[in-house]
Design a protein around this ligand. Sequence first.
Ligand code: URA
Length: 211
Amino acid sequence: MTTDQKKQELDKIADEIRNFKDLDIAKNATHAVPGEGNPDAQIMFIGEAPGQVEDSTGRPFVGQSGQLMRKTLFETTGIKPEEVFITNIVKFRPPDNRDPVDNEITACADWLDRQIKIISPKIIVTLGRFSMAKFIPGVTISQIHGISRYYQLSTMNYQLIIFPMYHPAAALRGTTMMNAFKEDFIKLKNLLAPQVKIEDNASNHDQLGLF
Ligand code: URA
């Protein structure tokens, strides 16, 4: 797909989300929050659900925790937020920022799967336990944050990398979590570095005249 075709398909999904009224959280939303960013993004960030500022603007991760995420991304990796694609598991704000419930996650799942397929990122960064659980169920985030793993989606013909991170709202709760959040961004940067291939066997060493 060309970038324009990807953009058109993503806009179509965004329209579907904005016109959807089959959940209470959709009926009560000021704005749906489909997601935004580069249709050719190599990295997709997937959070939980919009908060108050996202609901009032229709944009993902623009409140306090979103600003932390966007700023840390740029300061650590040099990647601008508009170069990635940012979205959520659930596209409408749950009241009082409660956790999303199963039927809300299920109702929004097809949109997210289609967004992933269109963008075809190399890396999906999950922010918080709800988006982690979509790809890696039955684990706790404290055990596996900052550890990348390959993942095969049934709809894709290649393995992408899942990189679980703490949610930025957790990082705002204290220094320990903030440090862990920032350290994971450094690991993400290292994951993006071109791999240096080391041929570690004796015959190569001989050929290269290292000994
Ligand atoms: N928290 C999320 O998980 N997503 C947002 O878009 C904002 C805050």
